[in-house]
Ligand binder design. Structure first.
Ligand SMILES: [Zn+2]
Length: 432
């Protein structure tokens, strides 16, 4: 359907207002309009609303939805696909932490990490993702193994997936000042992002100050995992916002999870959201992973909450909000394939990204692109790269009711071959 070379024009494309900045068009109540997209030399030459008849050689998409390629801002492709050899024994967060730690210590050689990462990236690419940030477990000695693998992988995938990485360690790891300074230097050398997992330790404020000091010293953006728990006393999101304000931090900060916020009393929530907005933090919810891990008390109870954080309340205050894949087929989440359409579909159901849809589609494209400093990604605009996905669906209900396994992914104007890797490729890594 999409020509493999040259210039062409797609007619009757259904575009969403939130992802086509600057397009003046009569958008309907669902935020859609019909338009034509002209593609030339791998770029979008122009987007026009039909007012005149399209040329005879235009490709009529008959109202199919076209979205920009996805941006997945929170993943763990160093952990991905270890499930067959290291399942989570009970589905809990602690079960995940312990199982992953044991697997990392025993099995995460450079080759093991590289092969699983490449598998994950091939899946993400086939589903239509063009940029992805992964966290890298960076507790010694893993940082010396995984960061070089990441640098090689980023080169290998350049032009297909823009790959970013953030280091990942429990906040207590920051207490070893010398080692943490060395890690920050290593992250800076790889042009990475400084990340830690925050939870309520007695010296949290002091440790956060050290994290901010290293980020400022090395010019790094920050990426936190915060409060991935139902414990109402977990307020590290607020502590991060406060630390950002009093340190005068000017880089980007992305905070993931923030599950406990949804369990706290309104006054506490309002105070935290005020500070998060003032500090300019962006928040990413991981709806599939949080639904899986949170409120799992034992195997004989039914979960009673959804695990996600307060994205609607955040967005209403102007806080940048995103959703992302998080873990795939590892002890933190037994499923998943880095398909951001699946993430958006699940987010729509779990987080109510509907009635109205409003500008929620930004949460899988334009907003994470801004947080990751990817100019021109996550939107469709004249002059931008012709990176987009053509779906069968012509409305939200059609788009989000089927897996859209036959979507067409176009990169630099050309339809890519969408080959998902075979699970059997990883079998030899799963034995023993
Ligand atoms: Zn995560």
């Amino acid at each position: 359907m999409i020509p493999t070379t040259g210039s062409y024009r797609l007619a009757n494309v259904r575009l969403h207002r939130s992802l086509t900045p600057g397009l003046a068009a009569p958008f309907d109540a669902d935020g859609f309009t019909l338009a034509d997209i002209a593609v030339a030399d791998g770029k979008i030459a122009c987007i026009e609303t039909p007012g005149r008849s399209a040329p005879a050689d235009a490709i009529d998409l008959a109202g199919r939805i076209v979205l920009p390629c996805f941006v997945d801002c929170h993943t763990h492709i160093d952990k991905g696909h270890i499930w067959p050899r290291k399942p989570n024994p009970d589905g809990t967060f602690m079960g995940a932490l312990n199982a992953t730690g044991a697997d990392r210590t025993a099995r995460w050689s450079a080759e093991d990490v590289a092969r699983r990462m490449d598998f994950s990236l091939r899946s993400a690419y086939a589903h239509g993702t063009k940029a992805l940030r992964t966290h890298l477990d960076s507790v010694p000695p893993q940082e010396e193994i995984s960061w070089p693998v990441f640098e090689t992988m980023r080169e290998k995938w350049r032009g297909r997936i823009e790959l970013q990485a953030a280091c990942l360690l429990g906040i207590e790891g920051v207490r070893d000042k010398k080692w943490f300074e060395r890690l920050a230097k290593r992250v800076a050398a790889a042009k990475g992002v400084l990340g830690v997992v925050t939870y309520m330790v007695p010296d949290l404020e002091e440790l956060l100050d050290q994290v901010f000091a290293q980020a400022i010293k090395h010019g790094l953006d920050l990426d936190f995992h915060a409060d991935e728990t139902d414990d109402v006393a977990a307020i590290s999101l607020k502590k991060i916002a406060e630390a950002s304000l009093w340190n005068g931090f000017e880089g980007n900060i992305l905070v993931g999870h923030c599950c406990s916020l949804a369990r706290q009393p309104d006054l506490e929530v309002l105070d935290t959201l005020d500070k998060v907005a003032k500090a300019g933090l962006a928040v990413v919810s991981l709806p599939m992973c949080n639904l899986y891990l949170q409120d799992r008390r034992n195997n004989h109870t039914t979960p009673r909450w959804r695990g996600v954080t307060l994205l609607h309340e955040m967005k209403a205050r102007g806080i940048k909000v995103a959703v992302a894949s998080d873990n795939t087929r590892d002890p933190f989440y037994a499923y998943g394939d880095l398909d951001m359409l699946e993430v958006y579909r699940m987010a729509t159901r779990i987080l109510h990204f509907d009635h109205p849809v409003g500008d929620w589609p930004r949460a899988v494209a334009a907003t994470p692109a801004e947080v990751m400093r990817l100019e021109g990604a996550g939107v469709l605009a004249a002059g931008g790269s012709a990176d987009f996905i053509v779906f069968k669906g012509r409305s939200w209900t059609e788009l989000l009711s089927r897996p859209e396994s036959d979507r067409i992914v176009v990169r630099e104007g050309r339809a890519i071959e969408r080959q998902l890797p075979d699970y059997a490729e990883l079998d030899e890594l799963m034995v023993g």
